[in-house]
Design a protein around this ligand. Sequence first.
Ligand code: GTP
Ligand code: MG
Length: 408
Amino acid sequence: MFKLFKKKSSVKEPEEVSEEVLEEVSEEASEEPSEEASEEASEETSEEVSEEVLEETSEEALEEVSEEGSEEAFEQEYSQDNKKKKKGFFKRLFKGLSKSRSNLRQRMSYVFGLNQIDDDFYEELEEVLITSDMGVYATEEIMDELQEEIRKRKLRKPADSYEVLKEKIREKMAVPEDAYLFTEQPSVVLLVGVNGVGKTTTLGKLASKLNSAGKKVVICAADTFRAAAGEQLAVWAERAGCPIIKGAEGTDPSSILYDAINAAKSRQADILLVDTAGRLHNKKNLMSELSKMYRVIEREYPDAIKETLLVLDAATGQNALSQAKEFSEAANITGIVLTKMDSSAKGGIAVAVERELSIPVKYIGVGETIEDLSRFDPDDFIEALFSSDKDNDNDNDAEDDLPRNEEE
Ligand SMILES: Nc1nc2c(ncn2[C@@H]2O[C@H](COP(=O)(O)OP(=O)(O)OP(=O)(O)O)[C@@H](O)[C@H]2O)c(=O)[nH]1
Ligand SMILES: [Mg+2]
């Protein structure tokens, strides 16, 4: 059934795996992540935020305080707060991925508990990855790279290659350096996606995040299709503290966008966030509506960065992947937002979307409140998908041990 590896008859029973090997893996693995990673991550977060805030600060202010000094002060003031927020966010992500994780870990423990690296191991692992929603394309890539690394490092036992596998998946999920350029230069950000995936909610969260980082944000209510869409967005605009431009129900979205661009320019806004209607009635209509909007942006605001974020509900698994394919044929999608990662999300789908479409996952949503949006962090993602549950119950950082083979 699987393309890459065909089963051979010499299957070794998992019982044959020595317990010490698995324990060794557990210990090695548990030394690796947590404290260092979370410190690094929170440093990164505060640096990111402080960079954003610093850029917004007026030039005179910057002359008064040296850039280094103000960054330090900013970090001191906010790092505690950020650490707490990050921990809460990670917990929700961890909880949301619990189903994916327990499924994955259970099956991984079987595969990595096999006695030796052979065709049987490769075939079993391939099946686990494919059925974990990672998709055929990403799985094939991961398997090829894993096999090569195993060959290079002359690894003999499956358990020895567990960390290599995680590293390969982490590499796939790396976010390009320029992924968030749109938050640093004048930009128009369109949020697109099918009904109910979380476009409006994500826009609200993003507006709040950018606004509290010192950015001037204007919101455009270009979903004129659904009754009450404008009101829903207005509530978010108020929460986020950002002005909103909207029109009457049924108005042409492009004409509201035109007004919003002028409002953004006259207010010297940094970012214009545009909510769009969630309907994929057919590709042709979607394409013509979006290209009309792009034309308006091109004509009225040619210097702005055009960012199109496709919002996908992570709980819908393969459906999200087919939506992503449809939309990427109709629009120039520059980033993915995976929402509802807090509620039985199918974690593997993040890998599939990223690899099948070569579009980076830029944000993830883990809840319905204004703080439940964060930039995608591959380390957190891998940790939430692979690490063990027990450590996260008592506020410690997650351990990364491989569970014992349940079939033993
Ligand atoms: N649990 C959870 N719920 C979310 C998340 N993001 C959005 N939601 C919820 O999903 C539902 C739909 O969200 P909306 O933001 O209205 O979705 P939309 O894509 O704008 O929907 P349409 O405008 O109808 O196309 C709401 O009940 C949100 O609260 C998330 O990250 N986690
Ligand atoms: Mg909406």
